[in-house]
Ligand binder design. Sequence first.
Ligand SMILES: NC(=O)c1ccc[n+]([C@@H]2O[C@H](COP(=O)([O-])OP(=O)(O)OC[C@H]3O[C@@H](n4cnc5c(N)ncnc54)[C@H](O)[C@@H]3O)[C@@H](O)[C@H]2O)c1
Length: 269
Amino acid sequence: MHNLLKGKRGIISGALDSNSIAWKVAQRCRQEGASIVLTNAPIAMRMGEIKKLAEETNAEIIPADATSVEDLTNLFTKSTEILNGKIDFVLHSIGMSPNVRKNVPYTDLNYDFFTKTLDVSALSFHKMLQVAMKLDAMNEWGSALALSYIAAQRCYPFYSDMAEAKATLESIARSFGYHYGKKRKVRVNTISQSPTKTTAGSGIKGFETFFNFAESISPLGNAPADDCANYCVMMFSDLTRMVTMQNLYHDGGYATTGVSMEAMEKFSS
Ligand SMILES: NC(=O)c1ccc[n+]([C@@H]2O[C@H](COP(=O)([O-])OP(=O)(O)OC[C@H]3O[C@@H](n4cnc5c(N)ncnc54)[C@H](O)[C@@H]3O)[C@@H](O)[C@H]2O)c1
């Protein structure tokens, strides 16, 4: 451990169970010396898993539906009280599409569901940032991060309306990053992560097959959740002070590989 986050205070959303990327981020942030508050949708609390993480990381849990400005206002206000100061880093690790959940075809989308997808998976990041800015709840050189996926740039047919959500999420990081940088020197970025075996990931139809495909394309293989947590720690640390408004690929080289020899061999006659 390197004490990279010593003395820093953070809010981590999205830890549902021990497979969640946010779960690993919370553990790593704690190991690096940060004090954290955990948050998730009130409905996710019922599973009770997050309490184990809270004990392990000595963190309090503040339930918040990330689509509710009122809940988020409570989250940031209480977090600064509990942690005894302004916040240095925030992780947005939230994604959900009712269309995907209910297997609705992309060309027959339910638009109420679509609106929900965008609200939960993308606008919630804007809401977090707007609330934090209005409350002046973040320290200068603070860092806000959201987790994204390459379907924001390229077509992955199985990813349905989550692709639009991720494109919006990344755009919010750029746009808000400008304003928050100017106003308070707060950094805003997204990390575009490899397919990862979590509840949200595995909920996508054909996930397992695609996981194996991505593994065969990426020169380093798919990036595991533990490594994603390390990358998040680095982005929260002072070592990346001047990085903002970026979408950063954490994918073992997948995004810039056209094809691998391994994948070619599968099609040779
Ligand atoms: N798993 C993958 O393959 C993969 C790849 C790239 C990016 N991501 C992204 O990583 C992030 C975390 O997902 P994960 O894979 O760890 O899965 P996960 O299912 O463990 O986490 C998703 C979280 O979103 C929370 N959530 C849903 N609706 C919410 C709401 N209204 N308010 C607050 N929280 C809410 C859930 O309770 C859950 O904790 C998501 O943004 C996901 O899109 C995942």
